[in-house]
Design a protein around this ligand. Sequence first.
Ligand SMILES: NC(=O)c1ccc[n+]([C@@H]2O[C@H](COP(=O)([O-])OP(=O)(O)OC[C@H]3O[C@@H](n4cnc5c(N)ncnc54)[C@H](O)[C@@H]3O)[C@@H](O)[C@H]2O)c1
Ligand SMILES: [Fe+2]
Length: 383
Amino acid sequence: MFNITSKAPVLFGKGAVEQTGAKAKEFGWKKVICIYDKGIKAAGIVDKVLASLKAAEIDFVEYDGVVPDPPDNKCEEAAEIARKANVDGVVGIGGGSSLDLAKCVNILLTNPSPLSKYYGFNVGLNPVKGAILIPTTAGTGSEVSIVSVISDTKNNVKVGVAGEACIAKLAIIDPELTLGLPVRITAETGIDAFTHGLEAYTSIMAGHYSDLLAEKCMELVAQNLPIVLKEPQNYQARENLSFAAMLGGMAFTDALTHLGHCIAQSMGAVEHVSHGTSCGLAAIMILEYMADVVPEKTRRIGEILGLDLAEDLTAEELGKQVAAGFADFCKAAGIPTSLSEAGFKQDNLAAIAKLVAAEPMLQVAAPKKADEQQALALLQKAF
Ligand SMILES: NC(=O)c1ccc[n+]([C@@H]2O[C@H](COP(=O)([O-])OP(=O)(O)OC[C@H]3O[C@@H](n4cnc5c(N)ncnc54)[C@H](O)[C@@H]3O)[C@@H](O)[C@H]2O)c1
Ligand SMILES: [Fe+2]
C-alpha cells in the first residue's frame, strides 16, 4: 500500500519570484504578511518579493524575526502581527525555518492559539487562508511538503505540525535566489535533500511514484552538489539542486522519512548541529544498519553515488561500502562524517538514544527500527 497525496502547485524557474504579486492578486488577496529572517533580507531577496507585491498593489506587513529551528513562541509572535493586520494570506521567504514558521502562521490565522494544540498529523485543523512559499535554500523541500517542523520550547524537542493545512497554496521556486547561498549552507542543505530521497526510497511506504521522485532527487544532488560547491554561480547546477530539493519534499510527503530523520532530530535537540549535518551523519549510520532488509535499494543508492559495487557482495558488505561511499560524498562537501568531528560530546549519546526511542512515530516508515540500545550502538559506532 502506498500514498499519492495532493501536491502543492509549483511555479518553477528563473525569475519566478517576480510573479509573486500577480499570483497573490489571482488569489484575491489584498494584504499579506511576509515572513523571513534577517539573512534573507540582507541577501536582497526580500526586496524582490516586496517589489513584486507593490507592482500588483498588494498591501503587506513584515515579520523578520525567524531564527533557525524556529521556536513555537516566534510562530505565535508572527501570528499576532498577522491577525492584527487582518491579512488575507501568508508569504514565506527563506530556508526551511522561514517556510515552516510561515506555515504555522497560516494555521494560526484560522485556528486559535496555542500552536501546541496542533502538534501531530491533521489534528482538528480548520481550513487555512493560504501560503505562498518561496524557498531560498535547496534542501528541506518544505515549499511542497505536508509538514512544518518547529521547536517546542516547553519540552525542548522538535515537533511536527502536519496535514493538508501545511501544503502551500503555491510554491514559487526561483533557483536564482540560491545563487548567493553561502557554500557551507549549500552543502548542508544539499545533503538534507539527498537524505529525503534516500529515506523516502527505503521507506516501507515507498511505491513506484515516490521511488521515481526519490531516485531523481538523489541523482540530481549526486551530480550537481559537487559542481555547485566548485562553481557557486553555475545557474544550471543550482537549478538542478532546487528541483532535486522539491522532488525530495514531494517524495517524503508520500513515503515519509524515517530512522535517519528520527536520529537527526534527536541529535539536533541535544547538540547544536545544523539539520543538514545531522541528517548526513544519520544517513551514514542507517545505510549500513538497514542494508540487510533493503539490499536492492541500498545497491541502487550506491550506484547513484557512482560506486563500483561487486555483484557478489553480502548485504553487510554492501551496507558498509555504500555507507562509506556516502560518507566520502559528505566529506567532499565539507560535511563532518563522525559525531566527534561534528563536535558532539560522548556524554550526550545516551540522551540522544533515549530521544530516538521516545519518538516511535518518527520511525513508523523505517524498514528497520531502532530501540534505545540499538540507537546507542549506532551513535557510539558513529562517534
Ligand atoms: N517542513 C519540512 O518539510 C522540513 C524538511 C526538512 C527540514 N525542515 C526544517 O527546516 C529547517 C532548516 O532549514 P534550512 O536548512 O533551509 O535553513 P534555515 O532556513 O534555517 O536557514 C539557514 C541560514 O541560511 C540563510 N539563508 C537562507 N537562504 C539564503 C540565501 N539564498 N542567501 C543567503 N543566506 C541564506 C538564512 O538567513 C539562515 O541564516 C530546520 O528547522 C528543519 O527541521 C523542514
Ligand atoms: Fe530534512
